[in-house]
Design a protein around this ligand. Structure first.
Ligand SMILES: [Zn+2]
Length: 222
């Protein structure tokens, strides 16, 4: 990643997320995962869009340039993070996901730094993409230590998969917004309704065949 002079473009509105942001720096991980909007079928449009996203969240200096390979690497780490978040529902994390995140975490040196109020942060020393991805891993580490990580979830909506923070008291939320849950309920209702209709059809044809058999038998006996 190298720097170049360019006019700073306006950030994509999705980068600030329509969803309630996770507390503290965990919102950066949430926003990173949500750079792909599966419901809308949109994703980072190219390396330039990734560079602007990193700049927007102060993860890279202004005017940085990235390559298609950088974008690919970032997307791989992003999807590994999504898989790690899904594990917060109690699902196992695959070795491939762990290996990918481990590679990202050690690609750039991380330092322990004291911030405002004496809060400790894990900061990357490099200002390139490796530094940005390692910094995101450092945020995951801090969230796992303070217990907020388990509340970061991926929406269970069929075509959503957005990262959201579960603010519910009993930590049982599964959808990023009510509509995603409603869509699932509507699909489940439709599925149940169709199976009932099929069941009725099967019973009807079974009864029809029985009636035909009985009348054929009667005709044979008379
Ligand atoms: Zn959703």
């Amino acid at each position: 990643m190298s720097r170049r002079k360019s006019a700073r473009s306006d950030p994509d509105p999705r980068w600030t997320s329509k969803l309630a942001p996770a507390p503290g720096e965990l919102r950066l991980v949430q926003a990173f995962v949500n750079t792909a909007d599966l419901a809308q079928g949109t994703d980072l449009a190219g390396p330039e869009a990734l560079a602007r996203w990193l700049e927007h969240w102060s993860l890279a200096p202004a005017g940085a340039t990235l390559t298609a390979a950088d974008l690919q690497r970032a997307i791989e780490v992003r999807e590994a993070l999504r898989a790690l978040i899904i594990a917060n529902y109690g699902e196992a994390v695959s070795d491939a996901v762990v290996a990918r995140l481990d590679r990202a975490a050690k690609a750039a040196p991380i330092q322990v730094r004291f911030g405002g109020g004496g809060r400790v942060r894990f900061e990357a020393t490099a200002e390139d993409l490796d530094g940005a991805l390692a910094r995101l891993c450092g945020i995951v580490a801090a969230a796992q230590l303070d217990g907020s990580w388990e509340r970061l979830k991926v929406c269970s909506g069929t075509v959503c998969r957005a990262a959201f923070f579960d603010f519910s008291k009993n930590q049982s939320a599964k959808y990023c917004q009510v509509q995603c849950g409603n869509r699932i309920s509507a699909l489940a209702y439709r599925h149940r309704h169709l199976s009932e209709i099929r069941q009725i059809d099967v019973t009807r044809s079974f009864n029809r065949r029985n009636r035909q058999r009985r009348s054929a038998l009667k005709a044979h006996e008379s």
